[in-house]
Design a protein around this ligand. Structure first.
Ligand code: AMP
Length: 413
């Protein structure tokens, strides 16, 4: 199988590592890719969010399967354009990707499907915003309706800060605060059959102790030793199956990766958000533990044959990933700093570039993540932080408490 992978971040580097390890994947081409992905794939240039350009590249390289990593190309209709050329594509149509592209659309689907989630209002005027904030009270949860790279959500006790975020966004979803540990569940689906991967936890806030602003994600680990034994079964029955059924009923089946972000509240798991693609950096840990062939799995979802796919196999043990971010991230990051120790096994590239003289330099906010596995979570965590020590990048920062509460048994349900 000849696979074309679209994207250039850490998620795509992790996908590229997984795809290239699958014997069924004879050739892996990534576009535009990054210097880390270049070690396992042939790179091509492409405007990833341009449906015609991606479809043309898929034809040119003779792809049997296109895997679309990021959300923006999906929302722009890249998967539709690829399929229109008769090429299998892992990733939802533009219509189905609205589950991520619009928080208001996602809320509407959840409501029609009876999915457990926070109560919410979609607001466009200052009066609507004020009324919704008053009804829910603090902590206030204000979400930009459209795509915002994981940074459109403000959770705050400050009424002025909540109001200001709503003003800046224009159209927002204001939601009741959901209290409880967060879980990310990835579900591979062909629109009808659905296969859950291993639940993971990510760390959205920039600083230790969940302090500071939200980011795209600063680290992740799996499995979750504290999660209820029936968690996946329950979320599949209460959330995933009804959502997929509702999308089929609307004539826009969702095929690809349904990312379910959940809060495990006292009254059960409730959806915080849907995404239409693999999460970053949870992908790094989930794929590090997946023993089944990734290319064949994604191809089964892309060709409507997932029901016949053998049960997933997993490696024993645990995985931890720690993100190393640029100076000033999640504000405007400083780029162009030289990275030392960035080309060892376990280092996943996200925002890196190759300078003309060959040096590896930072080129984004989340520069790289280091991923390690171990016999248990404590061992995986220790191995990941050992890897972090081997990376130097001036001005960079990382969290020191990824997976720590889980290792110490401090997560309460
Ligand atoms: P989202 O982009 O919707 O995942 O939101 C980003 C982050 O904001 C989530 O991972 C949560 O940490 C937090 N968040 C979003 N919605 C809520 C909510 N209703 N209650 C509590 N925290 C939330």
């Amino acid at each position: 199988m000849r696979v074309l992978l679209i994207g250039s971040g850490g998620r795509e580097h992790a996908l590229a590592v997984g795809l290239s390890a699958d014997p069924a994947v004879e050739e892996l081409i990534a576009a535009p890719g990054n210097p880390g992905i270049a070690s396992v794939a042939t790179l091509r240039d492409v405007a990833a969010a341009d449906p015609a350009a991606v479809a043309a590249l898929a034809v040119e390289v003779g792809a049997d399967l296109v895997v679309v990593g990021p959300e923006a190309p999906l929302v722009a209709g890249v998967a539709d354009a690829v399929r229109a050329k008769g090429i299998a594509c892992f990733g939802p149509s533009a219509a189905a990707a609205q589950l991520e592209g619009s928080k208001a659309f996602a809320k509407d689907v959840m409501s029609a499907a009876g999915v457990p989630t926070g109560r919410a209002y979609t607001c466009t005027t200052p009066d609507e915003v004020a009324a919704a904030l008053q009804e829910f009270g603090p902590p206030y949860v204000v979400k930009n309706d459209g795509l915002a790279a994981g940074k459109g959500v403000v959770v705050t006790d400050s009424l002025p800060a909540a109001t200001q975020h709503a003003e800046e966004c224009g159209r927002v979803v204001i939601e009741e605060f959901l209290d409880g540990p967060e879980v990310s569940l990835f579900v591979v689906t062909d629109g009808t059959a659905a296969v859950p991967l291993m639940p993971a936890q990510d760390f959205k806030r920039v600083a230790d102790g969940d302090e500071g602003p939200n980011t795209g994600g600063m680290g992740a680990y799996a499995p979750l030793p504290w999660a209820p034994a029936d968690l996946v079964e329950r979320v599949m029955a209460e959330t995933v199956e009804p959502t997929l059924a509702e999308m089929r009923k609307r004539g826009t089946p969702f095929a690809g990766l349904l990312y379910v972000g959940l809060a495990l509240t006292r009254t059960g798991p409730k959806v915080i958000e849907f995404n239409a693609r693999f999460g970053d950096p949870e992908t790094q840990v989930v794929l590090a533990l997946l023993a089944s062939p990734l290319g064949e799995l994604l191809n089964a979802a892309a060709t409507g044959t997932l029901a016949g796919f053998p049960p997933l196999r997993w490696h024993d043990g645990a995985a931890v990933t720690v993100v190393v971010a640029s100076h000033n991230y999640p504000g405007t990051p400083r780029t162009g700093d030289v990275i030392e120790g960035g080309e060892r096994p376990g280092v996943i590239h996200a925002g890196t570039a190759r300078r003309e003289d060959g040096a590896l330099v930072s080129a984004g906010g989340r520069v790289l993540s280091v991923t390690a596995t171990g016999a248990d979570l404590a061992a995986a965590r220790a191995a990941a932080y050992d890897l972090v020590k081997g990376v130097t990048l001036e001005g960079s920062h990382h969290r020191t408490d990824i997976a720590l509460a889980a290792v110490e048994g401090r997560i309460q349900l």
